[in-house]
Design a protein around this ligand. Structure first.
Ligand code: PEP
Length: 246
């Protein structure tokens, strides 16, 4: 079964570097049997849209506005992302929840806006270290799911990707142990089922590398991976994608 691998380049690259890395991805991933998605920053989307056009790589965005076109300074409309060929939009990444203080209400609006443009939302959920220590991880995740789907009942969604990304594992080099991750995956899939969602893919994200990727994809049963740091090099991302068969 096809797995989904999403590269989140965050704000790590200049437009020139993003273009170079995109070309390197195209030559590295010629024959792929999985779904590969690259999420550059907004500035590089138009350029990468052309580079990926006849390649095996799909384009994603790291965010999208909750608003339609209008007087919203600094925002980027989901309709413009769709026009440029973007297929996926990350919503509610913990860096946006924490650094930009994004609320569940705003995240719910973003899911509604990207879905209206037929983009697939990639909703990120995850607890922080203190919440895990206090035994609150499951209730935090359920709360984030409830908040995110407030404006759009699950049964109305065409397809949704949910990434379990424990905050303490993002960019730290310390990944969640696969058994714990699977428990969280079950909590997410049970919640989605109860909400009537039909097509849900659940990914793991947080310090994924080639040497731990297989442990999330094999018996752990994740539908794919969301990768930050290790996606900034085409070969290291390829090693993660190839780890699937282990
Ligand atoms: C992420 O950006 O969502 C992420 C998981 O980053 P990293 O792989 O660097 O931990």
């Amino acid at each position: 079964m096809k797995k989904l691998f999403i590269a989140n380049w965050k704000m790590q690259l200049t437009p020139t570097e993003a273009e170079k890395l995109a070309r390197s991805f195209v030559s590295t991933f010629k024959n792929v049997s999985n779904e590969l998605v690259v999420c550059p920053d907004f500035l590089s989307i138009a350029t990468l849209s052309k580079i990926f056009k006849s390649s095996a790589i799909s384009l994603g965005a790291q965010d999208a506005s909750a608003f339609e076109r209008g007087a919203y300074t600094g925002e980027v409309a989901a309709s413009d992302l769709a026009y440029l060929g973007v297929k996926y939009a990350i919503v509610g990444h913990s860096e946006r929840r924490n650094c930009m203080e994004e609320s569940d209400k705003l995240i719910a609006g973003k899911i509604k806006a990207v879905t209206a443009e037929k983009l697939t939302p990639v909703l990120c959920v995850g607890e922080n270290a203190a919440e895990r220590k206090q035994g609150k991880a499951a209730s935090v995740i359920r709360g984030q799911l409830r908040g995110a789907f407030k404006s759009l009942p699950g049964k109305n969604l065409r397809s949704i990707v949910i990434a379990y990304e424990p905050i303490w594992a993002i960019g730290t080099g310390v990944n969640c142990d696969p058994l714990t991750a699977v428990r969280m995956k079950t909590i997410i899939s049970d919640w989605c089922q109860r909400a009537g969602m039909k097509k849900t893919s659940i990914l793991y994200g947080g310090s994924v590398k080639a040497d731990n990727a297989a442990s999330f994809l094999g018996t752990a049963g994740f539908d794919g991976l969301l990768v930050g740091g290790a996606s900034l090099d085409a070969q290291s991302f390829k090693n993660i994608v190839n780890a699937k068969s282990n």
